[in-house]
Structure formats: structure tokens, C-alpha cells
Design a binder for this molecule. Structure first.
Ligand code: 13P
Length: 349
């Protein structure tokens, strides 16, 4: 039962490949469309997602695409179901299955992700529609006294319950505990919070019998808060993130695929590359970290494409090229072969 999941998990983090997160809920997708003055309709969301899934050559650097419930049932303008288009391209189909982060009772400013009720049945339904992996995102804020222990524990518990159900039904769980960037905190504070969150998540995954080699961890990078006035270099971020993961993530985990979390797209790529370089440093005899390290970006893959499309299908090709460009740059970063010059010179290696 578990071994096919291990194969899928390994394929999702194959060398030089990562995930396209295009699983924004209707509300989040509408907010992103609104930022660029695009109509917030089901038709606009479908046309935009059709552009993404039909981008020629997407599978060069994209192993899997995470869809949302609405998107899983949608089709291209020619009537081809997105699921079939992705399968045809050799891209594994995934699905976001949480129902969102809701206010946590008794803990102002904190959230717990919901969606466990009826989850077994929903997972089986999604699997029957062609999904092979799933995603559940918990969000934790850093602030005065936050995150609370309660917030960390309830989210870790829910992530593990979700992951165990996924593996029972035959889907690879992507486990996403996201420590948000908003705040004035330091890099060191983000590292402490992220470490504690990951400790508790892996404790729950162990308690609930989740097979680590059949799951993917989707963590935040360790970063200073958005409103912090201390800059962190690529090396600072790479070292802080890898040290945090090395202290908390068991070697058996099939792969680590970072979320982008609102970082500028090019910076997210450069940071992933800086981490990957640690395993490619000349003269090193053994890898610094044991898991495949990759990306599962939403905004950092999509934003340039969405800006260019701007709701006008005459700009589809431009937008698709922008998506492919970011996918290839991130694919190169996942191999430790990204160079800043790729951003301007086209993509000759
Ligand atoms: P971002 O890369 O935009 O953070 O999105 C990733 C994701 O899947 C959030 O759940």
C-alpha cells in the first residue's frame, strides 16, 4: 500500500523538478485577479488556469500541479479536462483538501486549519478523479507571544490526522506548516519558531503512524520578518533554513519543497539555489542535507505570468513564457545550477 506512494513522492521531488501550486481557493484567486484589475469570475479563473496547465514544456521543470476543488473539474477552452491535460504532459495531479484557516477559539489573532470532517470520503473522491497527492496548509503568525503553544499543537495534530488519512486512501500528503513572513521579527526568531513548529509536527506525524518516506514537507524558508529592518543575505537565509531543517526533519522524509510565501520571485529562486549549492560545494564528500530539496511555489511561479496575462487572452503566449521561465529558473535552482544571468539571457545553461 505504501510503496506506490513512495514512488509518487520521489517523482514529485525528482532532480531539477518541483511543484506548481495553483490551488488558491476561490477567494484567494479572486484577490490575486483583482490586484491586476481582472474580472473575478469563474470564467476568468478557468481561462487563467487553462493558460497555466497548457503551457508547452511545463513538465521540463514541473513534476506536479496542486489544484483546487473548482479547478479539478474544469476544462480548457477546447473542452479538455485539466486533469487529462496534466496527465498527458506527465505532470502528477494534486489537490488542496483543507477548507481553510479559521479563527482559533480563545486565541485572538491565531488560526487553526479546518477540513477533517468528511475528509476520508473527499480524499477517496479526489483519488477517483485522478489526484495522486494532496495538500493541507497550516498558518502560524509570529508576534507578541505568538504563536501560542495551543496554536502550534492543534495545527500539528490536524496536519498529522490529514496525512494519515491521505496515506490510508492512497494519496501522498504534502504537509505544509507555514510560519508567515509578516512581522518585525529577526531571522533568529523565525528560526526558533519554525524549529518548534516542525518539532511538534514531526512528533504528531510519528504518534499517528505517518510513513515519512511517503510524504513531502512544504515548509517556509527561515527569513527575517517583512517589517524587520535587518537585511539577510542569501547565505544567511540558506544557513538558517538548513540548520532549522537539519535539527527537526528526519532523513526519511521523501522530500522538502519550499513554499514561496510572498517573497519576490527571483529572490525565492536565488535562495533555493543557495541552499542547494551546499550539497554541490566542491570538495564536499558527503551531502550537507539528506532530502531532495525543491520548490512548491504559488506566487513565485505565477505572479509574472498573471501580470502579463492581465485577463487578456491575446497575451496568453507571453504569460506562458513567463511561467516557463520561472519554472526553468527554479528547476535550475533545484539542481544548484541557477545563475542570476539566466534572468536576462534566456535560459541557456
Ligand atoms: P506561495 O508559494 O505563494 O506561498 O504558495 C504556496 C502555497 O501552496 C501556499 O499554500
Amino acid at each position: 500500500m505504501i510503496s506506490p506512494l513512495i514512488t509518487i513522492a520521489q517523482a514529485l521531488v525528482a532532480p531539477g523538478k518541483g511543484l506548481l501550486a495553483m490551488d488558491e481557493s476561490v477567494g484567494t484567486c479572486n484577490r490575486r485577479l483583482a490586484e491586476f484589475g481582472i474580472a473575478q469570475t469563474e470564467d476568468a479563473r478557468r481561462r487563467y488556469r487553462a493558460l497555466l496547465v497548457t503551457a508547452p514544456g511545463l513538465s521540463e521543470a514541473i513534476s506536479g500541479a496542486i489544484l483546487f476543488d473548482e479547478t479539478l473539474g474544469q476544462a480548457t477552452l477546447d473542452g479538455l479536462p485539466f486533469v487529462d491535460v496534466l496527465h498527458e504532459a506527465g505532470i502528477v495531479v494534486g489537490i488542496k483538501v483543507d477548507t481553510g484557516a479559521k479563527a482559533l477559539a480563545g486565541h485572538p489573532g491565531e488560526k487553526v486549519t479546518e477540513g477533517l470532517d468528511g475528509l476520508r470520503e473527499r480524499l477517496a473522491h479526489y483519488a477517483s478523479l485522478g489526484a495522486r497527492f494532496a495538500k493541507w496548509r497550516a498558518v502560524l503568525s509570529i508576534g507578541d507571544g505568538l504563536p501560542s503553544r495551543a496554536c502550534i499543537l492543534v495545527n500539528a495534530h490536524a496536519l498529522a490526522r490529514y496525512a494519515a488519512l491521505c496515506q490510508e486512501v492512497g494519496l501522498v500528503p504534502i504537509v505544509e506548516p507555514e510560519v508567515l513572513m509578516e512581522g518585525e521579527h529577526t531571522l533568529a526568531h523565525c528560526s526558533d519558531v519554525s524549529s518548534e513548529v516542525l518539532h511538534q509536527v514531526f512528533k504528531q506525524l510519528h504518534n499517528q503512524g505517518v510513513a515519512l518516506d511517503a510524504m513531502i514537507l512544504k515548509p517556509n524558508m527561515v527569513l527575517p520578518g517583512l517589517s524587520s529592518d535587518v537585511a539577510a543575505s542569501l547565505d544567511d537565509v540558506a544557513d538558517a533554513t538548513l540548520n532549522c531543517l537539519l535539527r527537526t526533519v528526519p532523513a526519511a522524509v521523501a522530500g522538502v519543497a519550499f513554499l514561496s510565501g510572498g517573497q519576490p520571485a527571483v529572490l525565492a529562486t536565488a535562495r533555493l539555489n543557495a541552499m542547494q549549492r551546499r550539497n554541490h560545494a566542491s570538495g564536499s564528500t558527503s551531502p550537507v542535507f539528506p532530502w531532495p530539496l525543491s520548490f512548491s511555489f504559488g506566487r513565485a511561479l505565477q505572479q509574472p505570468a498573471l501580470r502579463l496575462w492581465a485577463g487578456n487572452d491575446a497575451h496568453r503566449t507571453l504569460a506562458q513564457n513567463a511561467l516557463l521561465h520561472r519554472a526553468r529558473c527554479n528547476g535550475a535552482a533545484a539542481r544548484g545550477e541557477y545563475r542570476a544571468a539566466m534572468e536576462t539571457e534566456g535560459l541557456s545553461p
